[in-house]
Design a protein around this ligand. Structure first.
Ligand code: NCD
Length: 468
């Protein structure tokens, strides 16, 4: 079944971690010496595969890092749909464009101004669709890069205090990110520009679906009077911050005595800055006055001593250039990680992961039939005289350059050249069709000769399959 990445919830936590581990492997093998966060060289894992990038909105990092990722994997790229020079300019629908493009490419990465465009495209085609940003909705691959940057720097995400700054209303990177952070146990502290707060829909989902609990900052932290722009802290499930919440009675006492009871000082592990999304403002909407600016001056206090500054880029005026040389500024590294992370994502969606250990997938079908092929390993327990009357050979299928059957006992692989569909008792070689059948209806054979010798009917001739 094809996989798409449209929202961050299309991936489980385990899958996100798998992508990170694969990205680590690419960096280990292809990292550029001292600049170990940059990928150099070319592999051949995606040889023969084509990616098309359909960008109906401007893009630098997302598009080029995807294209670099595909090329460094050994694949090729079909250039972008330029809304001016492609048929989009003639009014062609997205539905028509992607249905045509699936004839040319194996995977589509797209960016579109309408929310939900990537999900619609994914429904129109049978190849994987990756969302590189759909309007103000989500930007899940940016979130993979953001989380990966934190994972590389910190090794863990649980309990990190993440300050989100800027246009939280329209920033699609923020919307995907808050869900990702919550799922990995990081706490979310919005510091929006006035009028650009997180959409109600996002905060509702954070609480109802991701089980984050909103606390007033005074409930958790002392001495936050200097931070009027922060009201609420969304504490992720399992975070130790829940423990810091002052019980109501103690809070009353604290208010009376002016003592900040058990509250600890608020320190930020991460500051995620975003630009005003001018292109998403409705006509006449006031531009952000007092838009927060993060620079070394803003980050001078104790609470920012260890803060890592991330930004999906491009920056406009909200991120000081003085941070470029400050070790806390990680945004260029974050952009560089776009390549190994997207390589890992493409490899996963195209099922190319070259480092995958071929363990039996939990839902693997087990093929076992008394007339089917025996295990070809003479030392396998299935041939042992005392056991062979109890054990019937069992296999699961492993797809490599050939179709292999792996013995469930000794784990030796054997090429399977055909199978018999028991409903027709005919020999067949269409493995996609075999996958759709219940395993009990399929008998595996090492050769057609063996299947005929076992009394099954020859494969149906080509002509005979065609309807009259
Ligand atoms: C972001 C986007 O397009 O949403 N850019 C990116 O992909 N790195 C952020 C932005 O444009 O502000």
């Amino acid at each position: 079944m094809k996989r798409d990445l449209v929202t961050i919830s299309d991936l489980s936590n385990a899958e996100i971690e798998e992508i990170f581990h694969l990205a680590d492997t690419y960096l280990d093998e292809m990292g550029a010496g001292e600049r170990a966060h940059q990928i150099r060289g070319r592999r051949s894992d995606a040889e023969g595969y084509l990616m098309t990038s359909l960008f109906y909105e401007p893009s630098t990092r997302t598009r080029f890092s995807f294209e670099a990722a595909m090329v460094r994997l050994g694949g090729n790229v079909l250039g972008t749909v330029d809304p001016v020079t492609s048929s989009a300019a003639k009014g062609e629908s997205l539905a028509d464009t992607v249905r045509v493009m699936q004839n040319y490419a194996d995977v589509i990465v797209m960016r579109h101004p309408s929310e939900g465009a990537a999900r619609a495209a994914a429904e129109y085609v049978e190849i994987p669709v990756i969302n590189g940003g759909d309007g103000g909705h989500e930007h899940p691959t940016q979130t993979l890069c953001d989380l990966y940057t934190l994972y590389r720097e910190n090794g863990f995400l649980r309990d990190l205090n993440v300050l989100l700054v800027g246009d939280l209303r329209n920033g699609r990177t923020v919307h995907s990110l808050v869900y990702g952070l919550a799922r990995f146990g990081a706490n979310i502290i919005p510091m929006p520009a006035k009028g650009f707060e997180l959409p109600g829909e996002v905060t509702r989902r954070l609480q109802e679906e991701y089980h984050c609990r909103p606390y007033a900052k005074e409930e958790l932290f002392g001495g936050t009077e200097d931070m009027p722009q922060i009201d609420v802290i969304y504490v992720a499930p399992g975070s130790s911050l829940h423990m810091s919440a002052i019980p109501p009675q103690q809070r009353e006492d604290a208010a009376e005595t002016g003592v900040n009871a058990a509250r600890q000082p608020l320190a930020f592990d991460v500051c995620y800055v975003t630009r005003l999304q001018g292109e998403r403002l409705s006509p006449g909407q006031k531009l952000g006055v007092d838009y927060p600016v993060i620079d070394t001056q803003f980050l001078r206090g104790k609470r920012y001593a260890e803060t890592r500054v991330l930004h999906p880029l491009p920056r406009v005026n909200e991120l000081g250039y003085d941070l470029d040389k400050d070790p806390r500024g990680l945004y260029f590294k974050q952009a560089a990680y776009g390549v190994p992370v997207r390589m890992a994502l493409i490899a996963k969606l195209l099922d190319l992961d070259p480092f995958r250990t071929a363990e039996r997938p939990p839902a693997a079908k087990i093929y076992s039939h008394r007339q089917g092929m025996p295990c070809g390993n003479a030392r396998c327990i299935t041939h042992h005289p005392s056991e062979s009357k109890h054990l019937q050979p069992k296999f699961w299928l492993v797809k490599s350059s050939r179709m292999l059957a792996r013995c469930c006992y000794c784990e030796t692989d054997f090429e399977v050249r055909c199978y018999v569909d028991l409903s027709s008792r005919r020999i067949a070689t269409d493995w996609d069709a075999a996958a759709a059948l219940p395993a009990s209806d399929v008998v595996l054979f090492a050769s057609e000769k063996d299947a005929l010798a076992a009394g099954f009917r020859p494969a149906q001739a080509e002509g005979a399959r065609r309807p009259a």
